[in-house]
Structures are given as structure tokens and as C-alpha cells.
Design a protein around this ligand. Structure first.
Ligand code: ADP
Ligand code: MG
Ligand code: MG
Length: 954
């Protein structure tokens, strides 16, 4: 299973914890380490923990690169400590200790001893002891895994308070309210987190106390209220657990540490990791640090801040501050927060210090940082930092700002953004200025903005779409029977299911906009309506709009505007239509793309079957067509000719049909070669089985039967039906298709070769520079290629003679069957180029057909963690990737100048592109819209690859 490339991860939301695979800002996991070309291997898991060694690190002994061992929070606390920033003293218990505990259900014996040593050292340094009845040292016990899992695991504040030390704290601080507030927080957090008591038991008592003052504000409670509340809380603990709240501070501490260990394995944490593709066996570290108090009197408070605006990327710090508050109060929204400007007024000295520290952090991490801080009686303390998450737009802007500020170079800037972010910026969006009525919000499962009439069944969706309506398929959840409806719809909306549900997986696979799990919606197909939990409704047929980027569902049609980023990437000028912010974003995207292009080794071509698509791809920066499929050229109005070809009884009839097709094919190729003038166009000879060009069996049978019943037999239809029956295949994917068809019906391939040759000759005569390449599909053995090549060369020579034009057209092959890959050295002798068809290769290496399995069992496979991502979406490095790597390597060994490309969807997938870079593929080819994504990722892959090499040789 792919894991994240350390470098790439750093480029994403934030090096330290960003959820590698978080979907909102960054989207992605990028999955490659440098692979040896032949032996692509699965990335390693951490070693099993051992029961001895160092389990506890003082903050002064760690650093930011020790995230595996100390977790993101611990590693960065250590880094800040060593930068000389004001961090309360503390220590980190390693992920090894956690993993040992989770495996053996007991802590490693040395842990308690080491903790005691570190604790005593802290006590003597601070001159205070844990649980002291006069002036107690209090601690926070905080979870912190390698990748941040917001809200998933636990933190306990104010550990060390008990019935005695709370009095000492009250006297010593001169603030009894503060002391009792801290104690009630401890009992509450400890009760919930460590003892597993339902948090509502505490909340309801807190609310009742506030209500008694006619208030909802916690500041309305005085010391006596809080003292009474603590007594009630302790009753709750006794009633719920059958024992008293532990008074021994050391017992509190060790119970809290174990609770944090255990929180790694709660259901919600596991679910979160599965969704974010974080391995299950990393474990969490635990940070134990001295408390500082934002709830202590007037000149105290707590806050969070970003060194730049993480939403827009605008420079200038940005944050929220809350006076007389502790811990999560800021983000929990218990009171309205103040801005950093407000803080500048209230406490100018702390504000200045905060700005200075933010500057230090940005220069040190060379990136946007987010921080947690607390001010205790006018003294500023840093409690957390990490490289902050940001939106896609902010990622581009910030990367370029940092270059202009001289903080990073362009190479680094390119690694700070990724293809998923670029793709997000390229999707059409709902016009941000348009009015809209938000109905509900669910999970963003597949991006885009879709508007259409709500259809509650697949049949309805198909019917309305056939009438030309835009449709959104609305279901409780989808199942394999909904496939047709999903294909017919602009978007898919479900009230149940998560990001790995059937709807989500399939919609992503087909590129449909999709929102899932909108729990506020009740879909009632019987009454043809949807109601919301807050009593609103819409009926089947009403127009709705869904945003697959943020999961929002709107009533009515929200106007969709094209993405300015996509327009600019296609070479359009937008002057006058955009504001300064957008202008800065577009400029940043351009500069990053230019640099990625300058640095990338791999070429990027497009899969394009029509002159329009080819022109679009060229606009998006494609350096050629890597795959021009010819099958669509045999459909539509030409179906009749193909039918005649198949039904032909005599060579003359057959020839007549072919001659009818020839000029049409020639025009097809003239069009596409002209659009790509001067650039290579790889034309694949006909690939699918013949019956795909014939009418549907059932329809035809009905037609024949009806005619018969009416006594008017239709001889032509009957013959066609016989042919359809004859050509019917049990397993068309493994049937008479590709080169096999070309050998069974040789005229067909040679018709195509002749059309390619004649189109080139004509363009050359007109002074153009056509560069077609002929690609033979589905080769399994070199002998097949030898035969086709021989015939094709004869055809090319004939056209050259007839037209008097020199025609040197390369002939190569798709490598998409395991046998072809394993005999690549032989095939390379006869091929001018290889192109890996990774879709078919995935099907044949795994032995399943995409159409049959994707909806059938992929969702369950994702659920079980067998797939972290569909192998059709992102290349299976260990299996399919290895096959491709071996074939590319052996092909080039025989023929060093063999051009080796990849076509198929993997060519536009960021993770796969990094893998293709690692096995020295020459170019990738993807759909025109993905071309910019592939350009960017190919650039990043070159840069990251060379960084890797540089550090390996150092
Ligand atoms: P999370 O990872 O969910 O943010 P944290 O471990 O950061 O959880 O802690 C929760 C809250 O408690 C944060 O607001 C943090 O700033 C605060 N906090 C943690 N340790 C201390 C401490 N030693 N003194 C004061 N506040 C703290
Ligand atoms: Mg935090
Ligand atoms: Mg194929």
C-alpha cells in the first residue's frame, strides 16, 4: 500500500502532521519513495517496539525531525524549546512506549522509572512539586501522534489538583475562582477521557449552574459556584465508576498517560485513520508539560494564531484570542473571541512578543505556522506549533510569497503545492457572489459543482438525462444497480455513507461531482420528496446544486463560473475580470507551473481523440498526444458502414465498405494531426471487440421477432442478429480485440494505416509537420507485432510511392498484458516505442475487470483496508508498478533510445506520476484537463527525486 513520501508530505498542508491524506486543503497522499526500477517494493512499517531503551525525552533533547518517535506536537515543542522560545518545561513519552503498551496491554517496565526521573528533575527546576498543598506543580498530559488527528485523541489539563492542592493554589495565586475553575476542568476532562464517563453528565451540571445565574457565560460563575460544581462532579464520578476521583497526583498522571495511549485505538480514531490513510500501527506520543494559566485573572488568556491567513494566503498574522480562558475554550466557541488587533490594545507587550515569535517560527520553518499560546498574567507562553494547513489557493500564494521574501527557492516552492490542490483550483466553482440557499452539508466525496433536477431512482435519472436534462441522482445510498443512473447524472448526492461508500468510490472513479452522508436529509423515494431535519423539503424534479469540494447542498440553481485558474492555464487572458487577490493567485500558479516545466524530466502528453480535445490539450501545455483512440471514429453515422463490413459476403462488398471508411478516417487523422502540428500523435489501431460496433443483441432480437410476428421478415436484421450472436463473447475484455482483431480482419488495421499515411502525406505537401506514430494494442507476444509491422510497412511504402512523400512513421506497441511485459526485451527489438496501458495492465495483473468489480466489491475492500485507494485511481506500486518497471527497464536495455510512455488514467494521478519518475518513464499521457496537474507533479517528482539523490550521496 502506498505510503507518503516524506518530502511530499512536507509540501502539503504541513510537514508535521498534516493529515497526509486530508481531503480539505491538500487532498492527497503522495506515495513514493525512490523505487529501484526493477524491484519496486512496498514501503516499510515501523519496527516492532522493544521493551527497553529510552522512552522519555526532555523537550530540550528532541527536535522537529523526530516526529516518528515524539509525535508532531512533541517534536515541535522540542524545536521551540531549543530555539529559546518560552515553552513551559516538560517531557515527551515516545510512540515506542505507546506501541509496546498497545501490544502487551501493560507499560514497559522502564517507563515508570524514567517518568519519575524526568518529573523530579522538572520539580527541582521549577521549585514546585506535583500535588504540593501550598504551591502545587500542575501538568497537562497531551496526545500527539506523528500525523495530527484533530479532535481524535485526548488531552487532560490541570493534572495534580486534589482537595488539598486546590486550596494551596487558591491561596498562592490569590485567586480562588481560578483554582476551583481549574479543578472542575480537571475532574471533567479526567472523568470523560480517562474514566470514560459520558461528557454530557458534566456539561448538564455546568449548564445548570450557569442557568441559575440566568447566563450561558462561564464567567458568571464565582469561586463558590465552582467549588459546588466540583463536589457535584465528584459525585458523578462516584456514581458512574463506583470509586472516588483519584486524589493521588501521581496516580492521576499515570492513569492519564495510559488513557492517551488507549485513545489511539478508539473507534473514531481508527475510522479517521482509515479515511486519512494513516497507518494503524504508529501509536501516539504523550507530552507532559507544566501548566500555564490563561484563566488566571485579568491579564491572562489563551489563543491560536497563524503566521499568514491560511484561507486566502494573504500575508499578515491572523488569530483568535480569549481572555480568562483555558485550553480548548477558544476553538470550542464558548464565548466570542477577540482578534490579534484587540490583543494589541489589551496587552501590547505580549502582542509584540507574539509577533516576534511568529516571525522567528516562520523564518525557522520557512513556512506558514500555526500556534497555540497562553498569556499568564502578562507573560506569553508557547504551547504548540506546526506548519499550518491551508487552502489550495493559499498554498500557491504563500509558496510564491516566501520566494519573493527570500525565504525559500523556487524548487522548494514547487514542492510546497501539489497536483490535487491545482486540480481543485481548476474545477468550475459556484459563483461566490451569487445568492444561494444552503439546505444541508455532508461530506465532500468527489469535487466539482453540479446543478440539476433531483432524480430519486436510476431509471428516472437515465430517462431525464436522455431528454437533455441535467440531473442529480439523489439516493439514501447507492448500490451497483445505480451505475447507469450515476453515469447519466451530473452529480450524486446520498444521505448516508462516508468517503469510502459505494457512491463516493464510483463517483470519484468516473469524475462525477459527489456529496455523501448528508445526514440532515431524509430521502423518501415513495413520496418523491426529501425532507430535512429542520423541516424543509424539496420534491423529485426540483433543481438542486451540490458542491463536491465542500459538501454543501443548495436549493435551486446556483450559477457556476469557470475557474479562472483553468482559463489562465489554457492561455486565456482575464484582465479586467478579476480582482487583486485573484490576480496574485493566477500569477503564483503561472510562476510555479513555469518552474515545474523547467525542472521536469518527463514529458506530458494528452489522451485526445478529436481535434477539439487535441487543441484543448495543447492549450493546457501538452507536448503531444500520447493516446488517440480510434474506436469512436467507427460509431455514430458510420455504424452502418461497419455493419456492412461485417456482413459482407464477397470481397467486393467488403472492399466497398472499406473504401467508404477510408476517406472518413483520413479526414479524422488530418484534423488531429493538424491540431498537433509539429508534435507527436500516437494513434492506437482499433482496440475493442467488433461486436461493440454492432446493435445491441436484445434490441435486435426484439426487432427480428416483431417482424416475424407481423409476417414481414427482415433478412438484413436476421443476418445481423446471426453475426451479433456469432461475435458475442463471454469475456470480451479477454476476447477478440486489439491486435487479435487486427490479425483476424487484417484489412481493418491496414485501412487505418493507409489513412494515417495519406493524411500525413497530404499535410506534408501543404507544408505542415505531422508526426503520427502507429500503436498496436494488446500485444502478448512479439510475433503478433512482427506480422502487423510487416504489413504496415508495406502499406506505408505503397502510400509513399503513390504520393511521392517520404513517410517515416514509427510503429510501436501498447504494453498492457503481463506476458508482453515479461517478454519486453523481445518486443523491444520490433517496436519503436512502448506505451504502458496501465488500465488494462491493472485488470490483467489483478485478474479482474474494472466494470464488474469497481462497484461490486471495491467499497468493501476499502472498508477492510485491503485497498487504501482503488488500483485504477493510483497505480499499485508493488504489483502492477513492478511489472511496468521491469518491462521498461528490460526494453531500454535492449534499445536505449526506446521511448517509453504511460497512457491511461494513472498518467494524470499525482502518486502514480512520482512512481513513473522513479522508474524513468519518458512521458505520461492523461486527459487534457489533467495535463497541468501532470506537468506540476512531473516537476515536483524531478525536484524531489534529485533532492533525494543529493542527500543520498552526501
Ligand atoms: P489538541 O491536539 O486537540 O489541540 P492539545 O494537546 O494541544 O490538544 O491541548 C488542548 C488544549 O489545552 C490546547 O488549547 C492547549 O493549548 C491547551 N494546553 C495544553 N497544554 C497546556 C499547558 N501546559 N498549559 C496551558 N494550556 C495547555
Ligand atoms: Mg493543540
Ligand atoms: Mg488497453
Amino acid at each position: 500500500m502506498p505510503t507518503t513520501h516524506p518530502e511530499t508530505r512536507a509540501a502539503e498542508p504541513g510537514p508535521d502532521e498534516p493529515n497526509a491524506l486530508s481531503t480539505d486543503t491538500l487532498g492527497v497522499q503522495t506515495s513514493t519513495t525512490q523505487q529501484s526500477p526493477v524491484a519496486a517494493t512496498v514501503t516499510t512499517r515501523p519496527d516492532a517496539p522493544t521493551g527497553s531503551g529510552t522512552f522519555v525525552f526532555d523537550f530540550a533533547d528532541g527536535n522537529k525531525d523526530l516526529k516518528d518517535l515524539l509525535g508532531g506536537k512533541g517534536a515541535n515543542l522540542a524545536e521551540m524549546t531549543n530555539l529559546g522560545l518560552p515553552v513551559p518545561p516538560g517531557f515527551t513519552i515516545t510512540t515506542d512506549a505507546c506501541r509496546w503498551f498497545l501490544l502487551h496491554d501493560e507499560e514497559p517496565t522502564e517507563l515508570a522509572v524514567q517518568m519519575e526521573e524526568h518529573l523530579s528533575r522538572m520539580e527541582s527546576r521549577l521549585g514546585r512539586t506535583l500535588g504540593d498543598a501550598d504551591d502545587p506543580l500542575l501538568l497537562s498530559v497531551r496526545s500527539g501522534a506523528k500525523f495530527s488527528m484533530p479532535g481524535m485523541m485526548e488531552t487532560v489539563l490541570n493534572v495534580g489538583l486534589n482537595d488539598a492542592s486546590v486550596e494551596g493554589l487558591a491561596t498562592h495565586s490569590g485567586d480562588p475562582r481560578f483554582a476551583w475553575d481549574s479543578y472542575r476542568r480537571l475532574v471533567q476532562m479526567f472523568g470523560k477521557t480517562v474514566l470514560g464517563i459520558d461528557g454530557a453528565r458534566f456539561e448538564e451540571r455546568l449548564d445548570a449552574k450557569k442557568a441559575a445565574h440566568g447566563s450561558t457565560n462561564d464567567l458568571s460563575l464565582d469561586a463558590d459556584d465552582l467549588r459546588a460544581l466540583v463536589a457535584e462532579y465528584k459525585d458523578v464520578v462516584r456514581a458512574e465508576t463506583g470509586r472516588d476521583f483519584p486524589q493521588d497526583p501521581r496516580e492521576q498522571l499515570s492513569m492519564a498517560v495510559l488513557a492517551v495511549f488507549r485513545s489511539w485505538n478508539t473507534d473514531r480514531a481508527r475510522l479517521y485513520r482509515r479515511q486519512e490513510k494513516i497507518p494503524d500501527d504508529l501509536g501516539t506520543a504523550v507530552n507532559v508539560m507544566a501548566m500555564v494559566f490563561g484563566n488566571l485573572g485579568d491579564n491572562s488568556g489563551t489563543g491560536v494564531a497563524f503566521t499568514r491567513d491560511p484561507a486566502s494566503g494573504r500575508p499578515g498574522s491572523y488569530g483568535d484570542y480569549l481572555e480568562k480562558a483555558q485550553g480548548e475554550d477558544v476553538v470550542a466557541g464558548i464565548r466570542n473571541t477577540l482578534s490579534l488587533d484587540d490583543l494589541a490594545r489589551i496587552d501590547p507587550a505580549s502582542h509584540t512578543e507574539l509577533q516576534r515569535i511568529m516571525h522567528v517560527l516562520e523564518s525557522h520553518y520557512k513556512d506558514l505556522c500555526d500556534i497555540e499560546f497562553t498569556i499568564e498574567r502578562g507573560r506569553l507562553w508557547m504551547l504548540q506549533t506546526r506548519v499550518g494547513k491551508r487552502t489550495a489557493a493559499a498554498a500557491f500564494r504563500i509558496a510564491v510569497q516566501l520566494v519573493d521574501e527570500g525565504v525559500i527557492d523556487m524548487d522548494t516552492a514547487v514542492t510546497r503545492v501539489n497536483g490535487h490542490q491545482l486540480a481543485k483550483l481548476m474545477f468550475p466553482q459556484f459563483d461566490p457572489k451569487a445568492d444561494r440557499t444552503l439546505l444541508a452539508t455532508g461530506m465532500a466525496a468527489s469535487p466539482g459543482a453540479a446543478v440539476g433536477r433531483a432524480a430519486f431512482t436510476s431509471e428516472t435519472a437515465i430517462e431525464w438525462a436522455a431528454n437533455g436534462d441535467d440531473v442529480i441522482l439523489v439516493r439514501r445510498e447507492t448500490n451497483p444497480d445505480d451505475l447507469g443512473g450515476m453515469v447519466a447524472s451530473r452529480g450524486v448526492l446520498t444521505s448516508r455513507g462516508g468517503k469510502t461508500s459505494h457512491a463516493a468510490v464510483v463517483a470519484r472513479g468516473m469524475g462525477r461531482t459527489c456529496v455523501v452522508g448528508v445526514e440532515a436529509l431524509r430521502v423518501d423515494p415513495k413520496h418523491h420528496e426529501v425532507t430535512t431535519t429542520d423541516g424543509r423539503r424539496f420534491a423529485e424534479g426540483d433543481v438542486i446544486s451540490i458542491d463536491g469540494t465542500n459538501g454543501e447542498v443548495y436549493l435551486g440553481a446556483v450559477p457556476v463560473s469557470p475557474s479562472p485558474v483553468a482559463e489562465v492555464l489554457r492561455g486565456e487572458t482575464l484582465d479586467g475580470r478579476i480582482d487583486a487577490d485573484e490576480h496574485e493567485l493566477l500569477d503564483a500558479v503561472q510562476r510555479i507551473m513555469d518552474h515545474a516545466d523547467a525542472r521536469r524530466r518527463m514529458g506530458v502528453r494528452a489522451n485526445a481523440d478529436t481535434p477539439d480535445d487535441a487543441a484543448k490539450a495543447r492549450g493546457f501545455g501538452a507536448s503531444g498526444v500520447g493516446l488517440c483512440r480510434t474506436e469512436h471514429m467507427f460509431l455514430g453515422s458510420r455504424r452502418g458502414i461497419v455493419e456492412r463490413l461485417i456482413l459482407a459476403r464477397t470481397p467486393d462488398a467488403r472492399n466497398a465498405a472499406l473504401q467508404e471508411l477510408l476517406p472518413l478516417q483520413r479526414e479524422d487523422f488530418v484534423g488531429i494531426l493538424e491540431a498537433m502540428d509539429g508534435l507527436p500523435v500516437v494513434i492506437r489501431l482499433l482496440d475493442p471487440p467488433l461486436h461493440e460496433f454492432l446493435p445491441d443483441f436484445t434490441t435486435l432480437s426484439v426487432k427480428v421477432a416483431v417482424a416475424e410476428a407481423l409476417g414481414k421478415r427482415d433478412a438484413e436484421a436476421e443476418e445481423l442478429l446471426r453475426q451479433v450472436q456469432r461475435l458475442h463473447e463471454q469475456n470480451p475484455m479477454l476476447g477478440t480485440r486489439g491486435v487479435r482483431l487486427g490479425l483476424v480482419v487484417p484489412d481493418l488495421f491496414q485501412l487505418q494505416v493507409q489513412a494515417i499515411a495519406e493524411a500525413s502525406a497530404r499535410l506534408k505537401k501543404a507544408g505542415k509537420d505531422p508526426r503520427p506514430e502507429i500503436m498496436v494494442p494488446l500485444i502478448a507476444t512479439v510475433e503478433e507485432l512482427v506480422v502487423i509491422r510487416h504489413e504496415s510497412e508495406k502499406t506505408l511504402a505503397r502510400v509513399a510511392t503513390e504520393t511521392g512523400v517520404d513517410l517515416h512513421i514509427p510503429i510501436g506497441t501498447m504494453i498492457e498484458l503481463p506476458r508482453a511485459a515479461m517478454t519486453a526485451a523481445q518486443i523491444a527489438e520490433e517496436a519503436d516505442f512502448f506505451s504502458f496501458g496501465t488500465n488494462d495492465m491493472t485488470q490483467t495483473v489483478w485478474g479482474f475487470s474494472r466494470d464488474d468489480v469497481e462497484a461490486a466489491f471495491f467499497p468493501q475492500y476499502m472498508e477492510h483496508g485491503i485497498f487504501s485507494v482503488s488500483p485504477f485511481e493510483s497505480i499499485d506500486v508493488a504489483g502492477v508498478g513492478r511489472v511496468v518497471g521491469i518491462a521498461a527497464w528490460e526494453g531500454k536495455e535492449v534499445k536505449p533510445d526506446l521511448t517509453v510512455g504511460v497512457c491511461g488514467e494513472h498518467g494524470g494521478d499525482p502518486d502514480s506520476i512520482h512512481f513513473f519518475e522513479s522508474i524513468a518513464i519518458d512521458y505520461v499521457s492523461c486527459s487534457p484537463f489533467r495535463v497541468p496537474v501532470a506537468r506540476l507533479e512531473a516537476g515536483r517528482a524531478s525536484i524531489l527525486g534529485s533532492t533525494q539523490v543529493a542527500s543520498d550521496t552526501r
